[in-house]
Design a protein around this ligand. Structure first.
Ligand code: THU
Length: 135
């Protein structure tokens, strides 16, 4: 798609490194994400589980919250790396990503080191958005 290979590779590498920090003692399923901001900066996240299971935060949302916390709100792509198959973002993460970047490119890496690129528009065709809050 629209991204040079070196950028895709850098995002995948960053997501892989972030996955190493995953706190996943309950599921054993480690996920890393790397979010490319419009200014070229990259923010990463991993899944952070909790003994109170429902408080778990996915890698994708961790990356978004980290970026927004440092003033970035425009995103071009996210790479997601899990332990086995290519893992698409869960519904909650799709909604959070869509708040900032409805046209985001979503790079998914599989266990054979092959990647494919989807768009958030395809993954979440009709997101809830701020426009519905207006009367
Ligand atoms: N998880 C993510 O971090 N991202 C996803 O897209 C799917 C699921 C995490 C949440 C939980 O820690 C573990 O994977 C199992 O669901």
């Amino acid at each position: 798609m629209d991204f040079p290979k070196d950028i895709i590779d850098a995002l995948i590498t960053a997501a892989r490194e972030a996955r190493e920090f995953a706190h996943a003692p309950y599921s054993g399923f480690r996920v890393g994400a790397a979010l490319l901001c419009s200014d070229g900066s990259v923010f990463t996240g991993c899944n952070v589980e909790n003994s109170s299971f429902s408080l778990t935060c996915c890698a994708e949302r961790s990356a978004v919250f980290s970026a927004v916390g440092e003033g970035r709100t425009e995103f071009d792509a996210i790479a997601i790396v899990a332990d086995g198959e290519a893992v698409p973002p869960c519904g909650a993460c799709r909604q959070v990503l869509s708040e900032f970047a409805p046209d985001l490119h979503v790079i998914l890496l599989d266990k054979h080191d092959e990647h494919r690129i989807l768009t958030l528009t395809n993954l979440l065709p009709e997101p809830f958005s701020a426009r519905y809050l207006k009367d």
